[in-house]
Design a protein. Structure first.
Length: 241
């Protein structure tokens, strides 16, 4: 069994090495003799040293010129050779326990894929409340967060990958497609809860509560109109780092 780890990255020179170190540590801790892997970083039109750092760390780097998260993920999947695909954001950290749980899920032959609950350190009270609310919805409806999505490669290809009409929430759309694909074959899509993915709280640190609430309200009140227009999603695409 081969696992392809795909990391979309736009101007992530300050965080990409930490992500990659966590990936190599967690993956190399696996002891299955039949297991192999590859690490693919998708340089999503960065203007910094993201690609150079990733190459030096031992990752394969592919370039995607159009700034779009789903498009970057799909670009990585297009060259991946693994039986399973693991998408993780460049500002996130894998851990050994989570990868061990992913491997158990894969070897059980009962799942089409999974997501994970998240932990964001150093959040204000309202940030912690928002994460708890998202965790409830994620676990209840089995919606993966974009920070981590795992899928069988054949299922990913057959459902069409990430929806490139969407500039955000494409992971929720993919979760729905994978659940439907899996249901037709007696397979489940799940959310792992025992070893949360540690991901950066930088959006909360870089944007005011007013900016974040305004963005969320736009998505909630006009979801389709907002999600298909990059200009209406500044928290994802204005490049603030």
């Amino acid at each position: 069994m081969k696992l392809s780890i795909i990391i979309p990255a736009f101007n992530e020179e300050s965080l990409i090495i930490h992500c990659l170190n966590s990936v190599f540590d967690a993956i190399n801790a696996q002891t299955s003799p039949e297991f192999s892997y590859e690490v693919i970083v998708v340089d999503n039109n960065s203007t910094d040293n993201t690609a150079k750092i990733a190459q030096q760390a031992g990752a394969q780097v592919v370039f995607e010129p159009i700034n779009q998260i789903g498009r970057a993920r799909n670009a990585g999947a297009a060259i991946a050779t693994g039986d399973w695909l693991l998408f993780v954001d460049a500002d996130s950290l894998l851990n050994r326990g989570m990868v061990a749980d992913i491997m158990k899920m894969i070897h059980s032959n009962r799942y089409v894929g999974c997501g994970s609950v998240m932990h964001m350190p150093n959040l204000p009270w309202w940030g912690n409340a928002a994460i708890k609310l998202w965790t409830f919805f994620s676990v209840t409806f089995r919606w993966a967060s974009g920070a981590l999505v795992v899928s069988r490669a054949d299922a990913f290809q057959e459902v069409g990958g990430f929806n490139q009409e969407l500039f955000a929430a494409d992971e929720i759309h993919l979760s729905q497609l994978l659940k439907r694909w899996g249901n037709q074959r007696g397979l489940k899509f799940t959310i792992l809860t025992h070893h949360p993915l540690v991901t950066s709280p930088r959006k909360v640190q870089l944007y005011s509560g007013r900016e974040i609430i305004a963005q969320l309200m736009s998505v909630l009140l006009h979801p389709h109109r907002t999600l298909i227009d990059k200009k209406k999603l500044p928290i994802w695409y204005d490049g603030r780092r």
